[in-house]
Write a protein that binds this ligand. Structure first.
Ligand code: F6P
Length: 548
């Protein structure tokens, strides 16, 4: 049964939220804390090793109550049950959305077109496990008998971002295999990666759900040509494996059927790291760590399915996005992890969030008359503080910001960890409190400024604060806690899509660029006429041709 389609702006709760917003919009967070001594407690969710503090958001318990009412009015409960049970909720592509099934226990039963898909999932997992162990323990040798030392993931978008982010995030748990990632069709990127590799000891993992993606196929062909410069054709089977739904095209490329790790069309590319797309994760971290990552995600799935909406981390996080996006007219959200390990986390989330919810047509096929997907951006703290935080503090835009931090440093460096986390806590306070006139006067007097100088500087040094933040604090970065964190954002994306009444699991906009690139490439290769292109594009192509 299809997802219900309700324009959220026509609901009773939306109207109530509108008038509630009018009464709350100019209230300061400091006053909300002063008015309710148990605010922090009421608006914090403690779950397993997660402590998620929503209290520095511009909400009251009443706001939460109304947002939850909105979730109920758009039938979120029904949508969640359809999401997990394999309904065709990706209706525009006629598919279920079942990345959650990939981390479900062996005893689960999840049906797609009448078939329980769980045994098939475990069959592929077993293949990943056996292959990983043979490469890691050195029983799988390269063509010339040497053990594998390097693995190269060749993929783009969801076939790159998830594995690359996780391998970097969990490098503390890595084994001896060096992992490399080739994604961009930029030939210089490819050269930079392969220049130090030895084909005799390298395993190439070609990842493409469709096996039609120009970038991945070009890189795979170039890598194969480079490989065959030093080793014979028969060596391919020892050094090339692929992950895809398109088994025939992989075979046509020259990869043995035994070396293919299949995936299914009910796994969206941007949610696919839990599938065989995670093969590079398993190779780089070991299969047990890959399993722990999946297990963590499964824990978050259970929390999402069972917790009341007002204590449900992904649901509350999604409702807050709706609150800021549709009532405060915020356009973007920042995600700032306070660990260098999560350097690629925000980039990874950009695909998940923006490819999913960058839609302007509702589930009935009508243009929406309200804002949908937000812009996501960010970098690890504290680096980010020295780059763009000024705009979050004092700019004209309201940018709700997620702070993600861990209590424990993996190498146990308490001194650095205290410094790092003191910045995390201080920034959320500074964003909330700003700086008052009185504070600035005291500070400047202490620095012996004259009355006149103080008056001149005051407008620049005083700022209001009242900038919302969500603090996500986790005990320790482990494969399991990372799995929970990723799944939390996946479910947040889902809830947003349900409320905005859009289809979150297609990406037709991206497809158009791919089609146009194909025809322009033919023009570039043939030196043919560019009259099909607009005048601007013709000029660009002319300049390129004259200078390439
Ligand atoms: O960017 C569009 C997209 O289709 C993504 O959704 C996907 O993750 C990526 O291209 C790669 O696709 P494939 O895995 O089929 O090569």
């Amino acid at each position: 049964m299809a997802l219900k389609a309700t324009n959220p702006t026509t609901t009773h709760s939306w109207k109530k939220l509108q008038s509630h917003f009018e009464s709350l919009k100019s209230k300061h967070l400091k006053d909300l804390f002063a008015a309710d001594s148990s605010r922090a407690e009421k608006l914090t969710v403690e779950w397993e090793d997660f402590y998620v503090d929503f209290s520095k958001n511009r909400i009251t318990p009443k706001t939460m109550e109304l947002l939850v009412e909105l979730a109920e009015e758009v039938n979120l409960t029904d949508a969640i049950s359809k999401y997990f049970s394999g309904d065709i909720i990706n209706a525009t592509e006629g598919r279920a959305v079942l990345h959650t099934a990939l981390r479900a226990p062996k005893s689960s039963e999840i049906f797609v077109k009448g078939e329980n898909i769980v045994p098939g999932i475990f069959k592929v997992k077993q293949k990943i496990k056996e292959f990983t162990e043979s490469v890691v323990f050195g029983t799988h040798k390269g063509f010339t008998g040497k053990p594998i030392t390097d693995i190269v993931n060749i993929g783009i978008g969801g076939s790159d971002l998830g594995p690359a982010m996780v391998v970097e995030a969990l490098q503390f748990y890595k084994n001896h295999l060096q992992a490399h990632f080739i994604s961009n069709v930029d030939g210089d990127h490819f050269q930079e990666v392969i220049k130090d590799l030895n084909p005799e000891t390298t395993m190439f993992v070609i990842v493409s759900k469709t096996f039609t993606t120009q970038e991945t196929l070009s890189n795979a062909k170039s890598v194969r040509a480079w490989f065959l410069e030093s080793l014979p054709q028969q060596a391919i089977s020892k050094h090339f494996v692929a992950v895809s739904t398109n088994i025939e095209s992989v075979k046509a490329f020259g990869i043995d059927e035994d070396n293919i790790f299949p995936m299914k069309d009910w796994v969206g590319g941007r949610f696919s790291l839990w599938s065989a797309v995670g093969l590079s994760i398993s190779l780089a971290l070991g299969y047990n760590n890959f399993e722990s990552l999946l297990d963590g995600a499964h824990h978050m799935d259970e929390h999402f399915k069972s917790a009341n909406f007002d204590e449900n981390i992904p649901v509350v996080a999604a409702l807050l996005t709706v609150w800021y996006n549709n009532f405060f007219n915020s356009e973007s959200e920042a995600v700032i992890p306070y660990t260098q390990y999560l350097n690629q986390f925000t980039t990874y989330l950009q695909q998940g969030i923006m490819e999913s919810n960058g839609k302007s047509v509702d589930r009935d096929g009508h243009p929406v008359n309200y804002q949908t997907g937000t812009l996501i951006w960010g970098e690890p703290g504290t680096n980010a503080q020295h780059a763009f935080f000024q705009l979050i503090h004092q700019g004209t835009k309201l940018i709700p910001t997620d702070f993600i931090g861990f209590a424990e440093s993996l190498y146990g460096n308490k001194d650095h960890q205290d410094k790092l986390m003191s910045n995390y806590f201080a920034q959320t306070e500074a964003l909330m409190n700003g700086k008052t006139r009185e504070q600035v006067i005291i500070e400047l007097k202490e620095q012996s400024y004259s009355e006149e100088q103080i008056e001149t500087l005051l407008p620049f040094k005083v700022f209001d604060g009242n900038r919302p933040t969500t603090s996500i604090l986790i005990k320790k970065l482990t494969p399991k806690s990372l799995g929970k964190l990723i799944a939390m954002y996946e479910h947040k994306i889902f809830v947003q899509g349900i409320i905005w009444n859009i289809f979150s699991y297609d990406q037709f906009g991206v497809e158009l660029g791919k089609q146009l690139a194909k025809s322009i490439l033919t023009e570039l290769k043939n030196d043919s006429s560019t009259s099909n292109n607009d005048a601007s594009t013709q000029g660009l192509i002319r300049f390129y041709r004259n200078n390439r």
